[in-house]
Write a protein that binds this ligand. Sequence first.
Ligand SMILES: Nc1ncnc2c1ncn2[C@@H]1O[C@H](COP(=O)(O)OP(=O)(O)OP(=O)(O)O)[C@@H](O)[C@H]1O
Ligand SMILES: [Mg+2]
Length: 325
Amino acid sequence: MSLKEITNMDLKYILVGGKGGVGKTSVASALGIALAELGKRVLIISTDPAHSVSDSFDMDFSSGEITKVKGVVGDLFALEINPSAAGEEISKAIGQPMDSDQFSQFSAIPGLGELQKGLGEDLKSIPPPGMDEALSFAKILEYAEDEVYDTVILDTAPTGHTLRLLNIPEFLDSFLGRMLKMKTFLSNAMTMMKSLFGGSQEKDRTVETLEAMKEKVLVARDKLMDEEKTQFIKVLIPTMMSVFETERLAEELDQHLISHRFTVVNQINPANDICSYCMNRHKEHLKNIEYIKSAFPDTIITEIEALDREIRGLDMLQVFKEKLL
Ligand SMILES: Nc1ncnc2c1ncn2[C@@H]1O[C@H](COP(=O)(O)OP(=O)(O)OP(=O)(O)O)[C@@H](O)[C@H]1O
Ligand SMILES: [Mg+2]
């Protein structure tokens, strides 16, 4: 069995993750090609500011727009999101949050102190920490909900960021919930002030926008937890450092109820009788692969050798794809 099994599933989201430099982008790109060749309409999304999907295909997808991947049989599209640009866009959509000076203008309003306490950290720094990932996640939702694509492949950033990404549905749910509370409170207060002092009564749409975002986040969370719709591919290399990190990742995925039935062990040193360094590495890798099999007994493990060239451009991605499937 190999990663070929994943092409037989009717998945909506495929997340590819693992330690830095193990081959996540190569796997995401090659799998994208494979699925497109099978007749699926596929979108690869990356939030890596280093534009690695562009580098992998040796093409330019950095425009921030969905771009068709040329030279691939079928419908493969790529999108590289710049997290800070996405952040600005969404901040604009939810309106300019209040800073504490603006807040103090309302200090006479009963209950405001409580509310401010409740909002706590969120108000001290807007956007709060983690907002980058949160906003790129929201951006991902926008495309993932789109029925235009059969499968959306997300090439994630190295493990630490992926773990933050997994916490985003909860984070956004609670953040948006608190923003909603604040917005509702303030718009009630504003209405009261306006009726006292006169002024225009135009309707503020922010509450509706926030509610819609919250709903979207909850729908996406359900999809992420549905193993028939979402699979997370763990990519690692056969070193114990990479194995330990992947074990922690697997634990976190389990906690978040995200199914990860596939494991790719990449960059295995091939045997080489005339190079003692290569042979030692090879033996060490084989030993570690045995450990990997025991650590992830219920997953489909695909083993891939270190190729003699970098995986860059369509020809090399085709070679890598054949090995992967
Ligand atoms: N099996 C392999 N044989 C040879 N080179 C490989 C193999 N797998 C990956 N590479 C090369 O290793 C480098 C890292 O691969 P890739 O960019 O796919 O990793 P990544 O996990 O996405 O990295 P990052 O954490 O920086 O996003 C690239 O230059 C890629 O071409
Ligand atoms: Mg990458």
